[in-house]
Design a protein around this ligand. Structure first.
Ligand code: G6P
Length: 607
C-alpha cells in the first residue's frame, strides 16, 4: 500500500520525484525510495522511516537521471526496513507498487525453484522477478508486462522501469488507483492528481485493468483485454502549492482551528440563508424515492456515519443500516431496490470503502458519497457527489474533515426529510438556522483550548481512558477514544453510557479517567446517572457539558470542560472540538509525532 510516482522527463527527475512523495505521504510513511536510470544502470536510494531520511540520503548521494520512479510505503508484507522499501529491482527491471499481490507466495516459491534470489519479504518483489525473467529471455517490455499482469491476483498500481529502455515507463492498475499526467515533453504516472499537481494539471485516470506504455514518442493505454484505448484527459484543478502549518505547531492543531471557517464554507453548498431552505449540489436527484439508506465508511468517517444514522432516522424516518467498510462486502448485505448506499470518506481512496461502493453499485444501489477530495476515485464513481469543503487535511488524525462531514450529513438528513414530506417549512427553517449557528459555536468551543490543555495534563499519565456518551454523543465517545489512541498511544475505549453497567464498569478504578460527553438536552439526565455509577465506584470523571450541565452535575468530577450551549442538532459538531483538543494536548504532553503517528496512514489503500 502506498504512494507511487514516475516521471519520464526532459530533465533531471530525482528532486521532483521526492517532492511528489511529499504530497503522497498521506498514503504511508514507513519507508521511501527512488530509482532512476543513468549510465546504463538502474540506481536506487532507499531509506527506512520518514521521507526526510531519504532526502538526506539523496543529498549525500545524488541520483542523476531523466527517468525515474518513487514510492512511499505503508508496510503490509515485511517490516518497514530499507530492504523491504520500494523500488524493488533486479538488474534489468525496477518497480514500485501500491496494493497487495495476494498470490505472491506460490509465485515466490516458483521463482526460487527457478534459482532466483529475493532480497525482501515483500509481496511486490515477485512482480519484479516475473517481469525480469521474461525480459532476460529477450521478451519486449510491454509484452513481458502484459503476460505477467495476467498472473497477479489482488490489487496493484505499478510503475516499472527497464534498464535497457531508458526512454520507457510502464504503468498498470487493478484495484489501486493510477493516473497518467501529460506535461511539456514529459509524461508522468502517479497515485493521484495531487502528487502530480506541481508538474501538470492534464490528467487521465486509468480504469480497472488498464495498463500504459509511456515512451518519448507517445503514450498508449490498453484496457484489461489489451485493446488500445483512449482515456479522456481532464484538468485536475488541484493546487500545486504545498500546504504549510501557518502559525501552528502541528497540522492537526491548524486543522482543528480551521473548523469554524471550513464548516461555514461547506454549509454554503447545502443550506440557503436567503430563504432558509436546505439544498443539494445536485438538485434533481430524487431523494423522495429512497426507501432505505446503507451507510458505509471507515475510522473517523464511520463515526460521522454513525451520527448520521440518528439524524436520518429521527428526521426522515428512513431506516438506516451502518457498516464498517471492511465488514460490509463480506457479510452478504441485503440491498433492496430503492436503496441509497452512502459512502463517507475524507480521502475518497480508502480501499475498503471503495470496494464496498463498487459492491453496492453492482447490487443496484444508488451511490452517494461524502468526500473531501473532489478528484478522488469515490468522487468520480458517485451518482450523488456531496463534497465537504474542508480543504487539504494533512494531519493523519482526521479533525476538520469530520466536522464538515457532519455538516453535510445533517443537511442531507434534512433534505431527505424534506423530500419525504416530513419537514414542515417552519422545521426546515429551524434546521437551517441551527446549522448556520454552528461556525460561531465552534469558535466559542475553541476558546476553551487552554482549559482543555490543563485537563490533558491530568490524562497524559493514564494507561487507559474510557469515553462515554448517549445518542449522537455515543459516536463522539468512540471518536474521542480513537483520536486519543491514534496520536497519544494511550489505550482508550468509547462506550454507549448505558452499556457501562454490562461489563466495562469492571474496569473502573481511580487510575482510569472517564470522559463523559453530556450536553444538556433530552439524554442528559440518563447520561449523568451512568456517570454517577462510575463515581460511586471511585472512578475519576471529566465531564464535558455546557454551563447548565456542569452546574447540575459537575460536583465531584475530577475536571469539567465547559462548552457553549447549543441546539442538540449541532452538538456533535461542537463537542468534536473538546475531544480533538484533549487528544491533541495529551499527545503533545507525551511528545509523540502528532501529525504522523506510528503505524498509521492518512489513507489506507489496501483492503
Ligand atoms: C485511516 C485514517 C483515519 C481515517 C480512516 C478513513 O485509518 O488514519 O483517520 O478516518 O483512514 O479514511 P477516509 O479517507 O476514508 O475517511
Amino acid at each position: 500500500m502506498c504512494g507511487i510516482i514516475g516521471i519520464l522527463g526532459a530533465e533531471e527527475v530525482s528532486e521532483r520525484l521526492l517532492n511528489g512523495l511529499r504530497r503522497l505521504e498521506y498514503r504511508g510513511y514507513d519507508s521511501a525510495g527512488i530509482c532512476t536510470i543513468h549510465d546504463g544502470v538502474l540506481d536506487r536510494r532507499r531509506a527506512e522511516g520518514k521521507l526526510d531520511n531519504l532526502a538526506k540520503k539523496l543529498f549525500a548521494e545524488p541520483l542523476p537521471g531523466e527517468i525515474g520512479i518513487a514510492h512511499t510505503r505503508w508496510a503490509t508484507h515485511g517490516a518497514p526496513t530499507t530492504d523491504n522499501a520500494h523500488p524493488h529491482a533486479t538488474g534489468e527491471v525496477a518497480l514500485v507498487h501500491n496494493g497487495i499481490i495476494e498470490n505472491f507466495k506460490p509465485l515466490r516459491e516458483e521463482l526460487i525453484a527457478c534459482g532466483r534470489t529475493f532480497e525482501s519479504q515483500t509481496d511486490t518483489e515477485v512482480v519484479a522477478h516475473l517481469i525480469s525473467e521474461q525480459v532476460e529471455q529477450g521478451v519486449a517490455p510491454a509484452e513481458a508486462v502484459r503476460t505477467v499482469l495476467k498472473r497477479l491476483h489482488g490489487a496493484f498500481a505499478l510503475a516499472i522501469l527497464f534498464r535497457q529502455h531508458p526512454g520507457m515507463l510502464i504503468g498498470a492498475r487493478l484495484g489501486s488507483p493510477l493516473v497518467v499526467g501529460y506535461g511539456e515533453n514529459e509524461t508522468y504516472l502517479g497515485s493521484d492528481a495531487l502528487a502530480l499537481a506541481p508538474l501538470t494539471q492534464n490528467i487521465a485516470y486509468l480504469e480497472e485493468g488498464d495498463w500504459v506504455v509511456i515512451t518519448r514518442e507517445g503514450t498508449q493505454i490498453y484496457d484489461r483485454e489489451d485493446n488500445p484505448v483512449d482515456r479522456p484527459v481532464t484538468q485536475s484543478g488541484v493546487t500545486g502549492a504545498l500546504i504549510d502549518k501557518g502559525n501552528h505547531r502541528h497540522f492537526m492543531q491548524k486543522e482543528i482551528y480551521e473548523q469554524p471557517i471550513v464548516v461555514a464554507q461547506t454549509l454554503k453548498s447545502y443550506v440557503r440563508r436567503l430563504d432558509d431552505q436546505v439544498s443539494l449540489p445536485i438538485p434533481d436527484f430524487d431523494l423522495g424515492a429512497i426507501r432505505r439508506v446503507t451507510i458505509v465508511a471507515c475510522g473517523t468517517s464511520f463515526y460521522a456515519g454513525m451520527v448520521a444514522k440518528y439524524w436520518f432516522e429521527q428526521f426522515a424516518r428512513v431506516p438506516v443500516d451502518l457498516d464498517v467498510a471492511s465488514e460490509f462486502r463480506y457479510r452478504a448485505p441485503v440491498l433492496e431496490e430503492g436503496g441509497l448506499a452512502l459512502f463517507i470518506s475524507q480521502s475518497g481512496e480508502t480501499a475498503d470503502t471503495l470496494a464496498a461502493l463498487r459492491h453496492a453499485r453492482s447490487e443496484g444501489q444508488k451511490i452517494a458519497v461524502v468526500v473531501n477530495v473532489p478528484t478522488s476515485s469515490m468522487a468520480r464513481e458517485a451518482d450523488l457527489l456531496l463534497p465537504t469543503h474542508a480543504g487539504p487535511e494533512i494531519g493523519v488524525a482526521s479533525t476538520k474533515a469530520f466536522t464538515c462531514q457532519l455538516a453535510v450529513l445533517a443537511a442531507l438528513a434534512a433534505n431527505l426529510a424534506h423530500a419525504k414530506g416530513r419537514l414542515s417549512p417552519a422545521e426546515e427553517k429551524a434546521v437551517v438556522r441551527h446549522l448556520a449557528e454552528a461556525p460561531a459555536a465552534l469558535n466559542a468551543a475553541l476558546a476553551y483550548d487552554e482549559a482543555i490543555e490543563t485537563v490533558a495534563q491530568k490524562i497524559a499519565a493514564a494507561r487507559d481512558v474510557l469515553y462515554l456518551g448517549r445518542g449522537p454523543d455515543y459516536p463522539l465517545a468512540l471518536e474521542g477514544a480513537l483520536k486519543l489512541k491514534e496520536i497519544s498511544y494511550i489505550h482508550a475505549e468509547g462506550y454507549a453510557a448505558g452499556e457501562m453497567k454490562h461489563g466495562p464498569i469492571a474496569l473502573i478504578d481511580e487510575n482510569v479517567p472517564v470522559i463523559v460527553i453530556a450536553p444538556s438536552g433530552p439524554l442528559f439526565e440518563k447520561t449523568v446517572s451512568n456517570m454517577q455509577e462510575v463515581q460511586a465506584r471511585g472512578g475519576k470523571v471529566v465531564l464535558i457539558s455546557d454551563y447548565d450541565g456542569i452546574s447540575a452535575a459537575g460536583d465531584g468530577c475530577m475536571a469539567t470542560i465547559t462548552m457553549p450551549k447549543v441546539h442538540p442538532l449541532i452538538a456533535p459538531l461542537v463537542y468534536a472540538i473538546p475531544v480533538q483538543l484533549l487528544a491533541y494536548h495529551v499527545a503533545v504532553a507525551k511528545g509523540t509525532d502528532v501529525d504522523q503517528p506510528r503505524n498509521l496512514a492518512k489513507s489506507v489503500t489496501v483492503e
